[in-house]
Design a protein around this ligand. Structure first.
Ligand SMILES: NC(=O)c1ccc[n+]([C@@H]2O[C@H](COP(=O)([O-])OP(=O)(O)OC[C@H]3O[C@@H](n4cnc5c(N)ncnc54)[C@H](O)[C@@H]3O)[C@@H](O)[C@H]2O)c1
Length: 309
């Protein structure tokens, strides 16, 4: 019967692709993937005025990319621009963009398309945190956290994806967080915004695959705390399993993941296991483990950037 033959054929194709997927991953565990060449690519980094955004800009400057730097802080962004030029970038364009405002994103995106060209690597990195118990967070702060940490990703995709689709070429990078994988205390709005960013980036990754745009890659990054100042004061009681990460280490790992077109990057590796535990542990057992590891205490001494100013 033709339908039976088709079902068998579909099953066979699925089995071959499924096994190939495993073998390919195993192979690349041993032999690293070849790195793509990003010289001449137009790389946009949001939140490039400090921290991880700045370090990523410097990595891509070194790799010969054309840089488009967006930040709300013009001084920090200019410093990144100067450093990027020193690191070898010949074309660096800075823009003041308030990523919490959709219209500002669309306005600056139109300017970039006119003055620089079509962005081919989009790194959504700008982020903010309030770091309080939910009932202490002013509503405007909750809204702003979502505007910068998640909604800005949607507007930047809408601005730059059409050209990527036309050329079936591009790379979409979402800087989410370990807080986008596992909810925790005193970070409710931040966690929710990072879950949203991850969910959006993952959905678009699959949507583009389903539409056949295999030339547009996605990378979703979930780091634990990094020593950039954003989470100043935070501590870890488990420096072996959950160390506070060095910014340069994080920037190197993200750059490598982009060059190797890796979809998920969680840092440290323990996060992969933590996510696996979450998928099957009874809630009370998971809570006992969190208490034992003092997970709910990491924000107790948080000061962050806002309180210092
Ligand atoms: N630092 C950490 O511990 C940590 C951990 C996990 C994930 N992350 C994420 O990594 C990313 C980078 O964090 P970081 O540690 O480098 O932070 P950072 O504070 O050093 O840098 C954030 C940058 O975003 C810019 N920015 C803030 N609001 C903006 C807005 N409305 N429009 C445009 N730019 C704006 C800031 O000016 C700053 O230059 C963020 O998305 C953050 O949520 C950070």
């Amino acid at each position: 019967m033709p339908s039976k033959t088709k079902a068998m054929k579909d099953l066979l194709i699925f089995a071959v692709k499924f096994i190939y997927g495993f073998l390919e991953a195993l192979f690349h565990w041993v032999v690293p993937k070849p790195k793509k060449n990003v010289a001449g690519e137009i790389v946009l980094v949001t939140g490039s005025g400090s921290g991880i955004g700045r370090l990523l800009a410097l990595r891509f400057a070194h790799l010969g990319a054309i840089l488009v730097l967006w930040d709300i802080n013009p001084e920090g962004n200019q410093e990144t621009c100067d450093l990027a030029r020193k690191a070898g970038a010949s074309r660096v364009y800075t823009y003041i963009c308030n990523c919490s405002e959709r219209q500002d994103i669309y306005r600056v995106a139109a300017q970039v398309k006119k003055e620089v060209g079509d962005v081919t690597i989009l790194i959504n990195n700008a982020g903010i945190v309030t770091g309080k118990y939910l009932l202490e967070i002013p509503d405007e702060c909750v809204e702003k956290t979502f505007d910068v940490n998640s909604k800005a990703h949607i507007w930047t995709y809408k601005a730059f994806l059409p050209a990527m689709i036309t050329n079936n070429h591009g790379h979409l990078v979402c800087i989410s967080s370990s807080a986008g994988l596992l909810g925790t205390s005193r970070l409710s709005d931040y966690c929710a915004s990072k879950f949203a960013a991850l969910g959006f980036a993952e959905s678009l990754c699959f949507e583009l695959f389903a539409q056949g745009y295999t030339g547009i890659k996605s990378t979703i990054v979930c780091p634990f705390f990094i020593k950039t100042g954003m989470f100043e004061g935070c501590i870890t009681e488990n420096p072996l399993l959950l160390p506070i990460l060095e910014p340069n280490y994080v920037a190197d790992k993200i750059t490598n993941a982009i060059l190797e077109e890796q979809v998920y990057l969680f840092m440290p590796r323990f996060l992969y296991f933590a996510l696996f535990l979450k998928s099957f542990l009874p809630v009370n057992a998971a809570l006992a483990l969190c208490e034992y590891m003092k997970v709910f205490e990491v924000m107790n001494c948080f000061t962050g950037r806002l309180k210092k100013e």
